[in-house]
Design a protein around this ligand. Structure first.
Ligand code: BGC
Length: 263
């Protein structure tokens, strides 16, 4: 199945057509800077531009930087507060005129990595951590996702973890990779204490820089970089769209197959 996968982030909205069977991008990816303020109307408009760029007429899978509960955004740490309680799936569907399926951005990256990347066929407990403007997490048990874990909001050193050791914090405080790596190690150690994972996967911009701070990471579970680096969000969003379509078709089929009542 072909789906337009979209990754909505604090600085850019990136999209590409994805072959959900192979997990490969079909053609080039396209990026639009995230409008500021990143209100629902402004982001929906940018999404429409992305759809027009690809002249896309099919379904869209969309990763979004917030808890997404049945399509509705429930928090807003790095986007405009007016997103809270906005039905993102419905809004995007109305503005683009296309079926839109929305999930948390880290969950999207996790789905891609578990299916095609660093966590492929990995059992046990796997935690993907995306480090960018915020910190996003995706938690898998035997390959199954527990959505919306939001472990970037754990408290560390009296601070919300993503304020302490996101990539934005590294830049804001002008930390060396070594200093930042020590903070990130503290964060992973906390996750390890709470969840005893078998594997950590690192996503987001920092994944490409893992060699600069890997010597500071002392967790028992190995930390490896996401295989598709910053495309995992796009691919995973498309996978989620494909899965939702299959589920809808399955439900419809079941309803159609139900024996007719005769009385
Ligand atoms: C948000 C998460 C998101 C993460 C990465 C956090 O601030 O609360 O929902 O996954 O940033 O974008």
């Amino acid at each position: 199945m072909q789906i337009l996968g979209v990754d909505i982030g604090g600085s850019g909205i990136k999209g590409a057509l994805v072959d959900t069977q192979s997990g490969e991008l079909i053609g080039e990816r396209h990026r639009i800077p995230t409008p500021q303020p990143a209100t629902p109307a402004a982001i929906a408009h940018a999404l429409k531009q992305l759809v027009e760029h690809f002249q896309w007429q099919g379904p869209i899978g969309c990763g979004f930087p917030a808890t997404i509960h049945h399509g509705v955004a429930k928090n807003a740490s790095n986007i405009d507060k007016s997103w809270i309680e906005t039905d993102a799936a419905r809004l995007f569907g109305e503005v683009t005129g296309l079926p839109c399926f929305v999930l948390n951005d880290a969950d999207a990256a996790g789905l891609a990595e578990m299916r095609f990347g660093a966590g492929q066929s990995h059992g046990g407990v796997v935690i993907l951590v995306t480090v960018g403007t915020g910190i996003g997490t995706a938690l898998f048990v035997e390959g199954h996702l527990l959505p919306n874990t939001e472990l970037g909001h754990l408290m560390l050193e009296g601070m919300v973890a993503e304020r302490y050791c996101s990539d934005a914090a590294r830049k804001r405080e002008d930390l060396s990779w070594g200093k930042w790596g020590k903070r990130f190690n503290q964060y992973l150690a906390r996750l390890e204490f709470l969840f005893s994972p078998d594997l950590f996967i690192l996503g987001g911009g920092c994944a490409a820089k893992l060699d600069r701070f890997v010597d500071k990471i002392a967790t028992r579970a190995p930390l490896i970089a996401a295989a598709s680096l910053n495309q995992a969000g796009i691919i995973g969003a498309a996978l989620y769209g494909a899965e939702q379509i299959r589920l809808q078709q399955g439900t419809r089929k079941k309803r159609g197959d139900a024996p007719k009542q005769t009385h």
